[in-house]
Design a protein around this ligand. Structure first.
Ligand code: HEC
Length: 154
């Protein structure tokens, strides 16, 4: 029935609008927390949260991280996120800043390289692509769920 279809799409539209508006109200660009917080002090509010892990994987895919790191984080043009080598470290603060700033600006912010992976270029900045701190933290939560950050894998 055409009438039903219109009703349904109106309902979907309204839902979408609510989602977008509530997202916009909560959204805070990742860059803001960076300059306001001292080195080493950013903490993941979603640490260990299973729902954030799944949401984080979706965001990882939609931001295009998989293009370089692979859909399951196994690596490609970029380093694997599943092995125990962490170029700049694997704490919350470092991972958040690396993803937001990219590797060149991370180095400028005083974060030194510690490990080496077979990579050909820099990690690009995502602070203008990922919508909010919250989304970026969910991505970090997913990366942490891969197990390598616990030192469990070889
Ligand atoms: C254009 C390719 C590319 C894209 C897209 C990309 N990365 Fe990277 N990423 C890299 C490269 C290259 C490095 C290594 C940088 C270095 O050696 O300084 C890296 C490093 C990393 C590391 C550190 C890995 C380690 O072993 O220490 C993490 C974590 C990471 N990226 C997460 C992400 C996330 C999350 C996204 C999406 C928001 C993303 N990357 C998108 C290329 C990419």
């Amino acid at each position: 029935m055409p009438g039903t279809a219109v009703g349904a799409s109106r309902a979907i539209f309204a839902l979408l609008l609510i989602t977008l508006l509530s997202g916009a109200a909560a959204a805070k660009k990742p860059g803001e927390a960076l300059s306001a917080t001292e080195k080493g002090q950013l903490k993941n509010p979603h640490a260990g949260d299973k729902q954030a892990v799944d949401a984080g994987h979706k965001l990882f895919m939609s931001a295009g991280c998989n293009g370089c790191h692979g859909g399951t984080g196994g690596g490609g043009m970029g380093p694997p996120l599943t092995n125990a080598v962490w170029i700049y470290g694997n704490d919350d603060d470092t991972l958040f800043r690396l993803i937001a700033l990219g590797s060149d600006d991370l180095a400028k912010a005083g974060y030194a390289r510690k490990g080496t992976e077979a990579v050909v270029g820099p990690m690009p900045p995502f602070k203008d692509i990922i919508k909010s701190d919250d989304d970026l933290w969910k991505i970090v939560t997913w990366i942490k769920s891969l197990g390598a950050t616990k030192g469990a894998s070889k």
